[in-house]
Write a protein that binds this ligand. Structure first.
Ligand SMILES: *Cc1c(COP(=O)(O)O)cnc(C)c1O
Length: 453
């Protein structure tokens, strides 16, 4: 399979080229040349499929020309070594818990698969270094994803003193290990300074002749494709429950609410629907950074500076994957509206929802997942085409994506529910290790020097 760009002004590229280059030469984003529909039989067999089997079936069409079946099988098993359960929260409302990976957030899924796909595509020559700037979370997911992955190294730049102590513990976890392929450096400056340094390093021709560099940011197609997997896994688990309960053969398509910032997660879901996954509607659930919900209601896309909220991984004012969303619908707003409903929520609603759901259902949401939960309640019967609805609307399954473990946002969640939350093992381990903070000056030369070392 080849990958074309959303802007159509550069040639189609191989998977290897698209994944190691990230951004297309015309400034567009890579998208698959075709999205071939799954057969009806393949969809009916979903409930019998494991997470790994679904990963192979989902990724196969995109990677099979460049990665053999045995390698794909091995990398899928290795990357998806944690469960992604569908948990009932209230009648017909389910959380798809994407936070059981090493950094307790859904970005583990895309980053871990991408890391292993990169290793499988690598020519075996000099190692390639992934250079990333992070404001906290993405860097941790990338560091953990590439740890011990052959042919690959990681250098993360984060703003000194501006990430949380927990984030710094996760980022720097491998710094003290001799021969570790992952290093995180504290930069004297802001996140913007870190991003500026990464940009100028990628523009340093002399350095690029000596060091093989790549990026791993959220626009990379290598992170997007694996995110399709768990939509199939959600439907599979839901259908398996119906089979177990001996309910009707015709599974009613679900409504899925996606807490969104850069819209990579939602775009992956829309691609899953395009290849045949039975989903009635998606909810694009945002915090007050609501440029996509606003677009769905007014037809105007108006990016703006981001506003800080308690769901800070979604504080994005100019979501990069919007370009992929419009590409998927050929710019047809009404077609997008048939698949996606917008929904926007402020911090007060989020706090009230975390408290209420905890008190009424004993389920603890993090701020991002709370926005997804809220989004489910914004879809009514009117939003659905008649064919999509179970004979009884209340039976239409509603799924929200739970993208982070509440313990990652303990400082927000604990005061709301009035009690401390236990730290899950990966977090306790990161925080418990001795901290090895490495520093680098905020100059291109300083970064170039550590990349050459
Ligand atoms: C990154 C992130 C999101 C937003 O995902 P996008 O793909 O950028 O829309 C939501 N929740 C959490 C916890 C995240 O880390």
């Amino acid at each position: 399979m080849r990958f074309v760009t959303t802007r159509g002004r550069a040639p189609a590229a191989s998977l290897e080229y698209a994944i190691f280059d990230g951004l297309a030469p015309d400034g567009g984003l890579y998208v698959p040349e075709s999205l071939a529909p799954w057969t009806v039989e393949a969809i009916q067999q979903l409930p019998a499929r494991s997470l790994t089997e679904l990963a192979i079936r989902t990724l196969g069409p995109f990677v099979s020309e460049e990665i053999g079946e045995a390698t794909l099988d091995e990398l899928a098993r290795d990357a998806l070594s944690f469960p992604i359960p569908l948990v009932a929260v209230e009648p017909n409302v389910y959380a798809l818990e994407l936070f059981h990976g090493p950094t307790l957030a859904f970005k583990d899924v895309g980053a871990r698969v991408m890391a292993r796909v990169m290793a499988a595509l690598h020519d075996g020559g000099d190692p390639t270094t992934v250079l990333v700037a992070t404001s906290g979370d993405t860097g941790g997911a990338v560091a953990h994803a590439f740890y011990h992955v052959p042919h690959m190294r990681v250098v993360v730049l984060y703003p000194a003193g501006r990430v949380s102590p927990t984030q710094e513990a996760q980022l720097t976890m491998f710094n003290g290990e001799r021969g570790s392929n992952v290093r995180a450096y504290a930069v004297d400056g802001s996140f913007d300074d870190c991003q500026r340094l990464v940009k100028s390093t990628f523009a340093d021709e002399a350095l690029l002749r000596r060091v093989r560099l790549t990026s791993a940011n959220s626009i990379n197609i290598g992170r997007l494709l694996p995110q399709m997997i768990y939509y199939f896994h959600a439907a599979a688990q839901r259908m398996a429950q119906d089979v177990a309960w001996n309910v009707a053969q015709d599974f009613s398509p679900a409504i899925i609410s996606v807490p969104s910032g850069n819209f990579g997660n939602l775009t992956a879901g829309l691609m899953a629907k395009r290849v045949g996954l039975p989903i009635a509607r998606f909810v694009a659930a945002t915090n007050v950074n609501d440029v996509v919900p606003a677009y769905l209601s007014t037809g105007r896309f108006e990016p703006r500076a981001s506003i800080q909220t308690i769901a800070n991984a979604m504080d994005v004012g100019n979501p990069s994957n919007f370009e992929r969303m419009t590409w998927l619908y050929g710019g047809d707003l009404d077609a997008m509206r048939r698949d996606v409903v917008g929904s926007r929520h402020d911090d007060d609603e989020v706090r009230a929802t975390i408290r209420r759901v905890y008190e009424e259902h004993g389920y603890l949401l993090d701020p991002h997942s709370a926005i997804a939960y809220l989004g489910l309640h914004d879809v009514g019967l009117d939003d659905l085409a008649s064919g999509d609805v179970a004979s009884d609307f209340s039976r239409t399954p509603r799924i929200f994506l739970a993208t982070a473990h509440p313990a990652k946002f303990a400082e927000i969640v604990e005061p709301i529910i009035g009690r401390p939350i236990d730290k899950p093992a990966p977090l306790a381990e990161a925080v418990g290790r001795p901290r090895h903070v490495l520093r680098v000056g905020a100059t291109r030369d300083a970064v170039a020097e550590l990349l050459r070392a």
